[in-house]
Design a protein around this ligand. Structure first.
Ligand SMILES: [Fe+2]
Length: 247
């Protein structure tokens, strides 16, 4: 190495600015399989604030016979969390919506024209079972759009029925369904097939949102790992819609 060897040194990698809004998590204590109590909630929120997030839209599960949450179970808990956050000196903003499992109860609610909790305006976060595509998936998504909602499909990269049939994902994308990747997928937390599909989605720009889907403090480490991944860096070159939810 001679005098000019310093010229060969790579530029230090520019730090990626943090996302300001996380729109998928389970931070309300003891109402689903997320945070167990307010202490865990505060720990999780502190960690997100330290990462640069300004706003959390947390999304408790609504699943028939399992987590039958309603505005009445969600909003009083949200208020308690807000009070505790303020008391802790935090200036993080927190809102609540929901993650709707597309089951019979959901279809009933949809047919009865019930109001759904949304991330913002008409954006509704939905999920399905991991293994098989529900027979009515396209119908429900279509009906939702007819009623003026814009469905956001949570973690498509984790569904086996999409991992084995990417054309289905393409179809969903072109039919106007918005797609949300889980941050932890990018660090390999859910296994190679989920990472592979996430990478394919990034390559083809089939991504609208990035969500932590963080449930418990045990997810903080895999999240940190994901932030350092190649896939995360690539994804952040795409125009995500997260920060359009800021206010
Ligand atoms: Fe979730």
């Amino acid at each position: 190495m001679g005098f000019f060897s310093f010229l060969l040194k790579p530029e230090p990698k520019a730090e990626i600015p943090p996302l300001l809004v996380d729109m998928h998590s389970h931070f309300l204590p003891a109402i689903d399989d997320g945070a167990e109590n307010i202490h865990e909630t505060l720990k999780l929120l502190k960690s997100f604030e330290d990462r640069g997030y300004k706003k959390i839209i947390t999304t408790p599960h609504i699943i028939q016979d399992l987590y039958e949450n309603t505005p009445d179970t969600i909003f009083p808990v949200l208020e308690k969390v807000r009070a505790a956050l303020i008391e802790s000196g935090s200036s993080l903003q927190i809102e609540a919506a929901a993650e709707y499992f597309l089951d019979d109860r959901f279809i009933e609610m949809l047919d009865a024209d019930q109001q759904f909790l949304t991330l913002k305006d008409n954006l509704i976060l939905v999920e399905t079972g991991f293994l098989n595509e529900p027979a009515y998936l396209r119908d429900v998504l279509f009906k939702l759009r007819l009623k003026g909602y814009k469905p956001v499909l949570a973690h498509p990269e984790r569904y086996v029925y999409l991992q084995t049939k990417k054309e289905k994902l393409e179809e969903l994308f072109y039919s106007g369904v918005l797609l949300q990747i889980n941050t932890m997928s990018l660090g390999g937390y859910y296994g190679p097939p989920a990472l592979k599909l996430a990478e394919w989605m990034i390559e083809n720009e089939f991504v609208h949102f990035l969500g932590s889907d963080c449930h418990r403090t045990r997810h903080l480490e895999p999240l940190e790992k994901a932030y350092k991944s190649k896939a995360y860096h690539k994804l952040r070159e795409l125009p995500l819609l997260n920060d359009s939810l800021l206010d």
